[in-house]
Design a protein around this ligand. Structure first.
Ligand code: RTP
Ligand code: MG
Length: 157
């Protein structure tokens, strides 16, 4: 007679279970204003990533100072904050294997003039001749940034 225990499924091997990574994506006020929120979400989903949270947020100077702490004091900091306060932002937590790097790849280079066609910034962005690059999206640049930024934009998550 077969032992019942031998017929049960083995517990998942942690080494075989892929660690799901999360990143913070922002559709910046220019993207929301231009009606591109859906297009950005479509590209994230079409790539195969999941949406863990989506919320329209009106940023505050305090939130932006924490979010852009690495840029405080740079010449483009105040124009960047003014731009980010110019309308609502769509905050998104996207998830999947290597999604931090993968979304940065979908977003393209910071300067939309130089961003490759096929990327969000390359296809949908351009230089508008204003003080700071309005480049439609933000994506976390490391696991540490992602954890910090998700905590700022989604304190309850
Ligand atoms: P992000 O953080 O928004 O995903 O963009 P990023 O990593 O590609 O660029 P980062 O260096 O972190 O800069 C943050 C945002 O500041 C604006 N910026 N403008 N010289 C400029 O005009 C300049 N440099 C940066 C952009 O909106 C950039 O996305
Ligand atoms: Mg950055």
């Amino acid at each position: 007679m077969t032992d019942v225990a031998e017929n049960t499924l083995p517990a998942a091997d942690p080494a075989e279970t892929p660690a799901v990574e999360r990143t913070l994506v922002l559709v910046k006020p220019d993207g929301v204003r231009r009606g591109l929120s859906g297009e950005v979400l479509r590209r994230i989903e079409a790539k195969g990533y999941g949406l863990a949270a989506v919320q329209l947020v009106t940023a505050t100077p305090e939130l932006l100072e924490a979010h852009y702490a690495e840029h405080v004091g740079k010449p483009f900091y105040q124009p960047l904050v003014d731009f980010m306060l110019s309308g609502p932002t769509l905050a998104v937590v996207a998830e999947g294997q290597d999604v931090i790097k993968g979304f940065r790849s979908l977003a393209g280079a910071t300067n939309p003039t130089e961003a490759a066609p096929g990327t969000i910034r390359g296809d949908l962005g351009r230089d508008w001749g204003v003080k700071v690059q309005q480049n439609i999206v933000h994506g976390s640049d490391s696991p540490e940034s992602a954890a910090r930024e998700i905590g700022l934009w989604f304190p309850g998550l």
